[in-house]
Write a protein that binds this ligand. Structure first.
Ligand SMILES: Cc1ncc(C[n+]2csc(CCOP(=O)(O)OP(=O)(O)O)c2C)c(N)n1
Ligand code: SF4
Length: 275
């Protein structure tokens, strides 16, 4: 099955991929292909964009109309594209550094505007591509090249940030939970408005080795151990949820008013109905 999807959705001439053995980004790519199949995605009416980083290499392998933009700016390009082309599905793939450090401003405003974009962030809690600098999601006390005595700063909670900024679909999965990840990617793609799926993933090379994870499997086991399904979390107190991550759909609003529709209608009104 996955072999068939690989041939259908990937640029075969770009393989083999560049990710390190045990990297979680390929697991997320596999889930994305299954989600594409589930929603019967129209390849000719889908544009997929990325910034720069190991996570962003996902779009290099996808046989769609793709745009490999500059670091942190994928959502800005996607916003412009979606405002002029509301006949295409727009999907953005980013890393945590890409989306929340250099791209943090674009991220919160894309959530706020509720533009019809699906944003998937592969959160490995580190800058993988550039050798392991800390990112805004590196947990406190963890080691990176820029925090050799342990990270002093607190990490962003990506999903809470997205909810606070106004995203109308927010969900979280990990690379341990592949079926859930596939389901969430499919739901996010079908959602009208800004949809966001945070995917916890592993960078065994630049995060795992430094932080005493002996191998990629131990990182997957760690993600399994700290994950709590959304429904279970509803009956847990904040003390019990310390150090855990909540997985599943965290928010799914029915509201269907996207910014591009509002803009279009307003322009039509002021132009007296002319396009
Ligand atoms: C304007 C700019 N600043 C910095 C860089 C260097 N750079 C490339 S990728 C990257 C971070 C990648 O980390 P992340 O987005 O978390 O993705 P990962 O590689 O971990 O998947 C940085 C800082 C760049 N390419 N462009
Ligand atoms: S450096 Fe880390 S994120 Fe980048 S490909 Fe290697 S394992 Fe994956």
């Amino acid at each position: 099955m996955i072999g068939e999807l690989v041939k259908r959705y990937l640029r075969m001439d770009r393989l083999p991929h560049m990710w390190c053995p045990g990297c979680g980004h390929g697991i997320a790519l596999g889930a994305l292909l299954r989600a594409f199949d589930r929603v019967k995605i129209d390849k000719d009416r889908t544009v997929i964009l990325s910034g720069i980083g190991c996570a962003s290499r996902v779009v290099g392998y996808l046989d769609f109309s793709t745009v490999h933009t500059t670091h942190g700016r994928a959502l800005a390009f996607a916003t412009g594209l979606r405002l002029v082309r509301d006949d295409v599905k727009v999907i953005v793939i980013m890393g945590d550094g890409d989306a929340l450090a250099i791209g943090g401003n674009h991220f919160i405003h894309a959530c706020r505007r509720n533009i019809d974009i699906t944003a998937i962030v592969l959160n490995n809690q580190i800058y993988g591509m550039t050798g392991g600098q800390s990112s805004p999601t590196t947990p406190q006390s963890m080691l990176s090249t820029t925090t050799p005595y342990g990270n002093f700063a607190r990490a962003f909670d990506f999903c809470n940030l997205a909810i606070g900024a106004g995203a109308t679909y927010v969900a979280r999965a990990t690379t341990y939970h592949v079926s859930l990840m596939t389901e969430l990617y499919a739901s996010a793609i079908k959602h009208h408005g800004f949809s966001f799926v945070e995917t916890f993933t592993q960078c065994p090379v630049n995060y795992g080795r430094r932080n005493k994870f002996p191998d990629p499997a131990s990182m997957l086991k760690y993600m399994k151990d700290i994950s709590v399904p959304f429904k279970v979390a509803q009956n847990m107190g904040s003390d019990e949820l310390q150090g855990k991550i909540v997985i599943g759909e965290l928010i799914k609003e029915k509201e269907d008013v996207e910014l591009n529709k509002v803009v279009r209608e307003r322009i039509m009104k002021f132009r007296g109905g002319a396009q």
